[in-house]
Ligand binder design. Structure first.
Ligand code: 2YC
Length: 269
């Protein structure tokens, strides 16, 4: 998991309007639409509006990322939730959130980012939420169905594995680039229907790309076509700045908002 920097977080808040506008342009809906469609295929009622959600700063390990909890609260506010950051961090913060009537408590240390659903007694993890949200965006951007579409998946870490499961369940033909042989074997052994390929082969065959690697800038403008659409939860992006310029809103990328939106919907459904 790539640790966010205060710059990543600061940039995200100021870029949220432009990011959501790009999502609407390429997918036809914004963060709330992604969240609701990632919870269930069929429309379900998710009481986002007015739900009370708290973000608690956590000081353990490498400590607090300045602006991280605020950013989570800003994203939740965009969904129509009543969201705030507790004054206290850590256990005192969780205690404070419960005392303030929180339904869900968001918190992250160096290993896990979770939404603790106090109403149903559930713990929602960021990795599968981020993966599923980006697959929902890719499916919508690709015309509403991934059935039989070839998707090039970069990386089989926690987000990549979750994305592979969701892509296969949506009927996609998943081709994967994963240099770590052990990770590849582990994924194949659990029966994931994925086809290992090398990058050049995958890029020559797949217009749809899912970047779930922490590696950056190895796909250049010459590797993309007018048909290329990229879902990029990976940080930094695998696409160079010039490739991103060519792709425009077909390069769906931001470090936190889609994951947080799907976590909120999953915690409240
Ligand atoms: O500010 C705080 O409360 C810190 N304890 C937060 C640490 C988050 C570390 N994780 C990350 O930077 C992110 C995840 C949120 C998703 C990917 N990396």
């Amino acid at each position: 998991m790539t640790r966010l920097t205060p710059e990543d977080v600061g940039g995200l808040i100021s870029n949220l309007d432009a990011f959501e506008a790009g999502l609407r342009e390429i997918a036809g809906f914004g963060l709330r639409g992604i969240a609701l469609r990632s919870v269930a295929r069929a429309p379900v009622c998710v009481p986002l509006i007015g739900a009370r959600l708290a973000a608690v700063p956590i000081t353990s390990g490498e400590g607090i990322i300045s602006g991280f909890a605020d950013c989570v609260a800003v994203i939740l506010g965009r969904l129509g939730c009543e969201a705030w950051v507790t004054a206290q961090p850590d256990v005192r913060g969780i205690q404070e959130a419960v005392a303030q009537g929180a339904d869900v408590v968001f918190m992250a240390d160096d290993h896990r980012f979770i939404a603790l659903d106090l109403v149903h007694g559930r713990c929602i993890d960021d990795d599968p939420a981020t993966a599923d949200g980006y697959v929902t965006a890719l499916e919508a951007a690709a015309g509403g169905s991934l059935l039989g579409r070839h998707v090039l998946l970069l990386g089989l870490g926690p987000v990549g594995r979750a994305a592979a499961r969701r892509l296969v369940s949506y009927g996609a033909a998943v081709e994967v680039v994963e240099p770590d042989e052990a990770r590849l074997q582990a994924a194949l052994e659990v029966g994931l229907k994925i086809q290992p390929v090398d990058l050049a082969e995958g890029l020559s065959r797949c217009d749809l790309i899912f970047d779930a690697t922490p590696e950056g800038g190895f796909i250049d403008a010459g590797d993309v076509t007018p048909l290329t659409i990229a879902a990029v939860p990976g940080l930094p992006s695998a696409f160079t700045a010039s490739a991103q310029a060519v792709l425009g809103s077909r390069h769906i990328h931001e470090p936190l908002a889609i994951g947080v939106a799907v976590m909120a919907a999953r915690a409240l459904v």
